[in-house]
Design a protein around this ligand. Structure first.
Ligand SMILES: [Zn+2]
Length: 186
């Protein structure tokens, strides 16, 4: 894992843009961003994601090629970027446990979304920027997999909520809203 600044991430996205779009277009898709949590510990990173974000908001990349096809989101890994908050070990849908997403992590993920969406030329909406919980239910309207997300089997519900007790499914909207705010204020 390599720590990067947002400016360095912007450059990596620029360098990967053509390849990401080529891969997405090969499947008649657009480039997408997928938002995860690791269900691991703070400070524990996984190379299934292009980008890992630690509890203090620091950002790490597992590869400098953001078009690399990694194993983050079932049947959606081609032409997409996967990012994860390093948190939520032992979380349940009722209680996010002792390592919930921190405020610094949420802000950092919103900034990462903002930078990537700008450089890659995609809008920050449910069709292009999805939590794993949303992607698992094909909430972008693409019929890619059997539903396994936050409103069906709940096998994957990453970021359905950001705090224990939040309205179910609010996490994606909160992060997209923050990311849009950063786009207008940067
Ligand atoms: Zn996930």
């Amino acid at each position: 894992m390599k720590g990067v600044t947002l400016e360095e991430l912007r450059q990596l996205a620029l360098d990967s843009k053509a390849s990401l779009w080529q891969k997405a277009c090969s499947l008649n898709r657009e480039v997408k961003l997928y938002l995860h949590w690791s269900a691991g510990h703070y400070g524990q990173f996984f190379d299934d994601y292009h980008i890992n974000i630690d509890r203090d908001g620091s950002v790490y990349v597992s590869t400098e090629d953001l078009s690399a096809v990694l194993a983050h989101t079932w049947r959606r890994n081609t032409g997409s970027v996967g990012m994860a908050l390093a948190c939520c070990y032992g979380a349940t849908t009722k209680d996010l446990g002792n390592e919930p997403p921190t405020a610094a992590q949420m802000e950092a993920m919103a900034q990462v979304i903002s930078v990537l969406a700008s450089v890659l030329g995609i809008p920050i909406d449910l069709q292009h920027v999805l939590t794993h919980g949303e992607a698992g239910d094909n909430m972008d309207g693409l019929d890619i997999t059997e539903k396994y997300g936050m409103n069906s089997t709940c096998e994957r519900w990453d970021i359905a909520i950001l705090h224990t007790g939040d309205g179910w499914g609010s996490g994606g909207d909160i992060l997209r809203g923050k990311a849009i705010w950063y786009q207008y204020h940067s």
